[in-house]
Every structure is written in structure tokens, then in C-alpha cells.
Design a binder for this molecule. Structure first.
Ligand SMILES: C[S@@+](CC[C@H](N)C(=O)[O-])C[C@H]1O[C@@H](n2cnc3c(N)ncnc32)[C@H](O)[C@@H]1O
Length: 361
């Protein structure tokens, strides 16, 4: 229970106060709007509006077999947020193609709704996180509400599908050429295995191994490999980053997970040991600049928040408990890789959400 206190406000600047209240109103609206967006995704409302042109609430309700009154109220919430346009003369609603790309195209480059599952999981786990702030204990990845795992996997998958084979792997020296001939790839902290499977589909002569400590994620990754018909070239194992077997990999990858580990230096040092002589490490991390003051923007706000409740919490649950945080930045990530024994580290690529480092022994 929070204690009631009387706060000495000091001199209040009315203009600043109103500016902040305006921001808070927007943030509060975004919290509820996130829930509305998830409803729209799960009920197929955005999908039904995609390419439909202006549509009435009656037509949309009929197409999606939803109740009209709920649908109309939801449409008004969408119009108030600018997600759809409202045409008062005909009382119709229109989903522009740009919004459809972000809200309805599950295989597109910027599909957004799964990220909301991550926020939902944090609310479910509020008690655990409150407790952890007080006692400093970690919260293991697997102890979170199940929405986290599929939300993270689906959110990151869009970025990987749009960039991994097209931009990130080609930005590494000689890696694509090697994988076209054959070779072995380790994907450490692979989660549901989307990154592993995207690479496996692009390089049919190579073998792929995904490792993660979370049993439920590895089970999902195996099911995904089965569904894609890739089990002859892709294996998934419940294994920690520091215990990955030495198969002399040509490429070892960490996708959005090195900062989550309690001992990222130890895991990177193991990666160095299990690389073939001419092998490469690819580190994909959330985009961040080096200084806090350079990350004070919406992407930083998303990542610092997730990092508080999820990334630092998991890292603190493992040995060493370095808690790098999701906004470590290139300098600190480079230092981790150098401490692990990599001599050559460089930024190979970036997107608004990711930074990609190449490391070689
Ligand atoms: C943010 S998720 C990223 C998952 C996946 N790479 C993706 O991009 O969707 C972090 C992952 O790291 C895994 N992980 C945490 N600690 C680990 C460790 N010590 N060794 C291997 N995996 C670990 C978690 O179980 C989780 O699946």
C-alpha cells in the first residue's frame, strides 16, 4: 500500500503543468488504446478493414461476426486515436493502407500488435516486479506470464523477416558465401526459433542449432521447425549460453538476448571457444546510443520500460547478474565482446529497433 503524503510543490509553472497533463492524458489513452488494438487484431477487425475502403460499423460487424454496438464503439476509439479515419457524412470508417501495414499484415516488415502482449504480461506480473524492486531478487524469464514469450517472439520476428537475410547477414564479412556452401550456425537464446528458421530457409545447405534455457520456448521452436518441414537441418536444445556444445560453428548469433543473460561475458567467451577458426559472431541487440541522454525518445522509452521489468529482472536471476539492460549501447556491448576475447568488433548494420555488431577472434 502506498502511504499518503503531503507534497511541497514549490512554485508551479502553469504552462508546464498543462503540457505535462496533456502528455499524461495521451499516455493514459495509449494504455487503453493498446488493449483496443489487441482486440482489433484478435477479432480480425483490422484485417477485415484492409483494402475494404470506407465501411460502416454494420458492415464491419457482419464481416467479422461481431456485435454491432461493440464494433461501433471500438471504431470510435480507433478514430479518436487516428488509427482509422471517420467520414461523418456517411458515418463510415476507413483504415488507410499505412495503418493496415502496421496493424494487419502479420508477415509484413512492421507488424506491431504482438508488442502489446509484452506490455500485458508486465501488468499480469506487477506483484512480482513490485516485490523484486524491494528485495533486489531476479525474476527468471520463465516465471513471467505466458503472454511475454509469444509476444516477444512475434514482435521480433517481423524485424528479422524484413532484415536478417536481406541486410544483416550480408553485412558480415564472407558469412553468406560460407553458408551457401554449407556450415553450422548456433542461435543462442533462440526463444521460439523464428530467427533460426528464417536463416535455415535461406541457406538450405547449412545446419542450424538453437539453444535456450526456457523449456517452453524450445518446445515452441521445435513445433515451428516441424511445421516448416525443417527438422532435418534444424535442432533446438534446452541449453544455457555458457554450455553450448563445441561444434566449431561458422556463425554464432545472439538475437536480442545477450543483455538478458546474467553473464553475457561468459556466454560470449563460450561463443568464441565454439567458433570455427574463421568463424563470426553476430550480435543483434535492441538499438541504443551509448548515453542515457541520447536514448530519451519513444524507442528508448519502450526498451527501458521492458528492460526494468524483464531484461534486468532476468539477468539478476542468473549467476553473475550483470544486468546490462536493453539499452546498453555499442560501447558497452563492444566491451563485453572484447572482454570475452574478440579482437575485432564493428557495427555492421542497424535499424530503428536493432543494432548489429560483428565480432571476430
Ligand atoms: C528477449 S528473449 C529473445 C528470444 C529470441 N532470441 C527472439 O529474438 O525472439 C531472451 C531469450 O533469452 C533466453 N535466455 C535467458 N537466459 C539464457 C541463458 N543463460 N542461456 C540461454 N538462453 C537464455 C530466454 O529464455 C529468452 O528466450
Amino acid at each position: 500500500m502506498a502511504h499518503q503524503t503531503t507534497v511541497n510543490h514549490g512554485q508551479i509553472d502553469e504552462q508546464k503543468l498543462h503540457g505535462f497533463l496533456h502528455q499524461i492524458a495521451g499516455d493514459l489513452a495509449a494504455c487503453s488504446a493498446g488493449f483496443m488494438t489487441n482486440l482489433g487484431h484478435k477479432l480480425g477487425l483490422y484485417r477485415a478493414m484492409t483494402g475494404a475502403g470506407p465501411i460502416t460499423s454494420q458492415e464491419l460487424a457482419k464481416r467479422t461476426q461481431c456485435h454491432e454496438r461493440y464494433t461501433r464503439e471500438w471504431l470510435n476509439s480507433q478514430a479518436a486515436g487516428g488509427y482509422v479515419e471517420y467520414l461523418p457524412a456517411t458515418q463510415q470508417y476507413y483504415l488507410p493502407p499505412e495503418q493496415a501495414l502496421v496493424l494487419a499484415d502479420e508477415n509484413g516488415p512492421c507488424f506491431f500488435p504482438p508488442a502489446l502482449e509484452v506490455s500485458a504480461s508486465m501488468w499480469f506480473d506487477e506483484d512480482k516486479i513490485l516485490h523484486a524492486f524491494k528485495n533486489g531478487a531476479g525474476i527468471p524469464w520463465g516465471a513471467h506470464n505466458g503472454r511475454l514469450f509469444c509476444g516477444v517472439a512475434a514482435f521480433f520476428r517481423s524485424g528479422y523477416a524484413a532484415n536478417l537475410v536481406q541486410n544483416w547477414l550480408p553485412s558480415l564479412e564472407g558469412v553468406c558465401e560460407k553458408l551457401q556452401q554449407g556450415g553450422k550456425v548456433a542461435d543462442i537464446g533462440c526463444g521460439y526459433g523464428h530467427s533460426t528458421l528464417i536463416m535455415a530457409k535461406a541457406f538450405p545447405n547449412a545446419k542450424f542449432y538453437g539453444f535456450d534455457t526456457h523449456e517452453e520456448s524450445i518446445a515452441a521452436a521445435r513445433a515451428n521447425a516441424e511445421a516448416e518441414g525443417l527438422t532435418n537441418r534444424v535442432e533446438f536444445h534446452v541449453t544455457s549460453g555458457k554450455e553450448v556444445p563445441d561444434l566449431q560453428f561458422d556463425l554464432v548469433c545472439f538475437f536480442d538476448c545477450l543483455h538478458d543473460l546474467g553473464d553475457p561475458i561468459g556466454a560470449a567467451a563460450r561463443a568464441r571457444q565454439i567458433l570455427a577458426q574463421d568463424g563470426t559472431l553476430m550480435l543483434v541487440e535492441p538499438f541504443a546510443n551509448d548515453k542515457v541522454e541520447e536514448n530519451l525518445n519513444p524507442v528508448g522509452r519502450i526498451y527501458y520500460s521492458a528492460s526494468t521489468a524483464l531484461c534486468c529482472a532476468h539477468s539478476l536471476s542468473e549467476e553473475v547478474g550483470l544486468a546490462l539492460g536493453a539499452q546498453a549501447g555499442e560501447q558497452r556491448l563492444g566491451a563485453v565482446l572484447r572482454d570475452a576475447g574478440f579482437k575485432h568488433v564493428r557495427r555492421a548494420a542497424e535499424t530503428p529497433f536493432n543494432i548489429i555488431l560483428e565480432a571476430r577472434p
